[in-house]
Design a protein around this ligand. Structure first.
Ligand SMILES: NC(=O)C1=CN([C@@H]2O[C@H](COP(=O)(O)OP(=O)(O)OC[C@H]3O[C@@H](n4cnc5c(N)ncnc54)[C@H](O)[C@@H]3O)[C@@H](O)[C@H]2O)[C@@H](O)CC1
Ligand SMILES: Nc1ncnc2c1ncn2[C@@H]1O[C@H](COP(=O)(O)OP(=O)(O)O)[C@@H](O)[C@H]1O
Ligand SMILES: [Mg+2]
Length: 274
C-alpha cells in the first residue's frame, strides 16, 4: 500500500522548463457531453486546461459549443463525427471518453471510434457513460494506456462486485483480468495498477456533488499529458484534485471552483523543487 500525500505529489508536479511550448504540454481530446450533459464536458475540459494541458479539444454535441466557448475560450471544439474526429484522436497524447456522453446510439458509435483509433502511446481515460457502455457491450479494448475512473456503482458494472464486496483483495482479483490502471473513486479513492495500491489521503464529503468525477478526468488528463502516464502521475492527479477541494474550506466543493484553484495550487506544489 502506497500512501499518496502532498510530498508524493510534489515529486510528480514539475516546474516547467524555460523552453516549454503548448505542443510539449500535451494534446488532450475530450469526447464528452450529449445534449443533456454538456456540463460534464465543460467541467472535464476546464479541469484539463486549468491543470496545464497544452492544447485541449472537446468533441461534443454541437448544442454545447456556444456554452463551452463562452466558459472556456482556451478549448477548441469539434463534433462527434468520424470524419472530423479521427484525425484529432490520432494526434492526441491523451483521450478522455465518457463524461456525460450518454448511452444512446450516437454515444456507442463515438465510443467504438475511440476504441478503434486509440494506440499504444496514448493515454485513454474511460469514465462515466463510457464505463457503463463498456460493461454492457464488453468491446475489444485497444492496446493503449487505459485508465478507468469508476465510482463504486460503475465498478460494480465492470467487476460484478457490489460496493460492500469492494475491498483491496477482491478489487485486485477482478482487475487482474483487465488492462491498465484503475482509479476506484470513493472515500478514499484507491488506484490500482495490477501491482500496487495507491491510497489517497485528501478529499471529503464536500466533493459529493455532480461534476466532481467529471473534473477529475480533466486533471488526470493534464497530469498524464505533462508528467507522463504512469500510476504515480495518476495517483498524484487524484490527490491534487481532492486536496484542491479541501483547500476551498467550503461546505460543498463546487467542481468549477475546484478547477479554478488548480493553476495557483500547482504553482505551489512545483515551487517546492530546488
Ligand atoms: N452536469 C453534468 O452534465 C453531469 C453529468 N454527469 C454524467 O452523467 C452520467 C451518469 O453518471 P451517474 O454517476 O450520475 O449515473 P450512474 O447511473 O452511472 O450511477 C449513478 C448511481 O450510482 C450511485 N453512486 C455513485 N457513486 C456511488 C458510491 N460511491 N457509492 C454508492 N453509490 C454510488 C448514485 O447515487 C446513483 O444511484 C455520466 O456520464 C456522468 O459523467 C454526472 O457527472 C453529473 C453531472
Ligand atoms: N465522501 C467523499 N469523500 C471523498 N471524496 C468524495 C466523496 N464523495 C465524492 N467524492 C469524490 O468525488 C468524485 C465523484 O465522482 P463521480 O461520482 O464520478 O461524480 P460525477 O460523475 O458526478 O462527476 C470522486 O472523485 C470521489 O472521490
Ligand atoms: Mg462520474
Amino acid at each position: 500500500m502506497i500512501v499518496v500525500d502532498r510530498a508524493f505529489t510534489e515529486r510528480v508536479v514539475k516546474k516547467r522548463p524555460i523552453a516549454s511550448y503548448k505542443g510539449k504540454m500535451g494534446r488532450v481530446v475530450i469526447v464528452a457531453g450529449n445534449d443533456r450533459f454538456g456540463g460534464a464536458a465543460i467541467m472535464s475540459a476546464t479541469a484539463a486546461v486549468y491543470a496545464g494541458a497544452g492544447l485541449t479539444t472537446v468533441a461534443t454535441n454541437p448544442d454545447n459549443w456556444t456554452a463551452l466557448h463562452a466558459r472556456l475560450p482556451e478549448a477548441m471544439v469539434t463534433d462527434l463525427q468520424a470524419e472530423t474526429l479521427t484525425p484529432l484522436l490520432t494526434n492526441a497524447d491523451v483521450i478522455v471518453v465518457g463524461p456525460g456522453l450518454g448511452e444512446d446510439a450516437a454515444a456507442k458509435s463515438v465510443l467504438n471510434l475511440v476504441l478503434k483509433t486509440a494506440s499504444k502511446d496514448q493515454a485513454l481515460i474511460i469514465d462515466g457513460s463510457a464505463i457503463t457502455l463498456c460493461s454492457q457491450d464488453r468491446p475489444q479494448m485497444p492496446n493503449a494506456k487505459i485508465i478507468w475512473t469508476p465510482h463504486a456503482v460503475e465498478w460494480q458494472r465492470m467487476s460484478g462486485l457490489t460496493p460492500s464486496q469492494q475491498d483491496d483483495k477482491e478489487n485486485q482479483k477482478a482487475f487482474a483480468k483487465m488492462a491498465g490502471t484503475l482509479v476506484l473513486k470513493g472515500s478514499p479513492t484507491r488506484t490500482y495498477n495490477g501491482k500496487d495500491v495507491f491510497l489517497n489521503t485528501s478529499g471529503s464529503p464536500a466533493m459529493a456533488t455532480g461534476g466532481s468525477g467529471d473534473t477529475l478526468t480533466g486533471v488526470i488528463a493534464a497530469f498524464c499529458a505533462q508528467f507522463g502516464t504512469n500510476a504515480q502521475t495518476i495517483a498524484a492527479a487524484v490527490w491534487t484534485h481532492s486536496a484542491a477541494a479541501d483547500n476551498l474550506h467550503e461546505y460543498v466543493a463546487l467542481p468549477t471552483r475546484v478547477a479554478a484553484s488548480l493553476p495557483a495550487f500547482m504553482a505551489e506544489l512545483a515551487a517546492t523543487q530546488s
